[in-house]
Write a protein that binds this ligand. Structure first.
Ligand SMILES: Nc1ncnc2c1ncn2[C@@H]1O[C@H](COP(=O)(O)OP(=O)(O)OP(=O)(O)O)[C@@H](O)[C@H]1O
Length: 233
């Protein structure tokens, strides 16, 4: 897979017992685009992201990354076989590892040789403005810095797809906006297809090319953000 991966969902449904959470979702995400999944609490945003990550399997339908089938009814390709990077709300950094070791982890999993690993880790940390923090432990960093480390870890292996689940919601308002703009710039530089779950309209408008509005487990609308000021067509 390369950095320009399209995502296609066809008739995807998911239920917790008798409770249908996603109901025949059809969605096309263009390669290299940044899509925000927006909607009220409980509408199914995180569930949809978990299906894209390979953390849950659909009850119905198919999910394709490029020309690769990654999930269908009752079957899913596991996260580590999907060429994805993920950033969660709670950073999910390993506390006993240094910043550099955290960021190097996806490269280790891919058996990238040590010298190349060190070079790519440094490059990823430079991209998020943390090159001087490589030797620190996560506990010695602010929330915003920890989330930058998580971002560096997500991009270091240059995955085809980046998935974000409310990555800024633990940060204060001012930091949220500046980090959001920083992430938007970085994602555009990288050209990686990205899906970004949020319930914050402003964040979605600052960051995304398209905004998919979910309501009660269905796609209510898909809108294109037409300018950097966040105007929506
Ligand atoms: N493990 C679970 N068992 C049963 N029901 C669940 C489980 N996880 C989520 N749900 C239900 O599925 C629905 C969708 O949840 P989901 O977390 O996808 O929503 P969301 O849009 O991401 O919400 P939020 O913005 O609050 O995170 C909700 O009604 C929720 O209560």
């Amino acid at each position: 897979m390369n950095a320009f991966t399209a995502i296609r969902l066809q008739g995807v449904s998911y239920a917790f017992g008798a409770h249908t959470v996603l109901n025949h979702i059809d969605l096309h995400i263009q390669p290299g685009s940044i899509v925000a999944l927006l909607g009220p609490s409980g509408c199914g945003k995180s569930t949809l992201l978990r299906l894209l990550a390979g953390l849950s399997e659909p009850a119905e339908g198919e999910i394709w990354f490029g020309d690769r089938l990654v999930a269908k009814a009752g079957w899913t390709l596991p996260p580590e076989a999907r060429d994805i990077g993920m950033v969660f709300q709670d950073y999910a950094l390993w506390p006993h590892m240094s910043v550099a070791q955290n960021v190097a982890f996806p490269l280790k999993m891919r058996n990238v040789p040590r010298a190349e690993r060190e070079q790519r880790v440094l490059q990823a940390l430079e991209r998020v403005g943390l090159a001087d923090f490589a030797g620190r432990k996560p506990a010695g960093l602010s929330g915003g810095q920890q989330q930058r480390v998580a971002l560096a870890r997500a991009i270091v292996a240059e995955p085809g797809v980046l998935l974000f689940d409310e990555p800024l919601s633990n940060l204060d308002t001012a930091l949220r906006e500046s980090l959001c703009l920083e992430m938007a710039r970085l994602l555009r530089q990288l050209g990686t297809t990205a899906v970004y779950v949020t319930h914050d309209h402003r964040e979605a408008q600052l960051l995304a090319d398209r905004i998919v509005h979910l309501a009660s487990g269905t796609v209510e609308s898909v809108r294109t953000v037409t300018s950097s000021s966040g105007e929506i067509a």
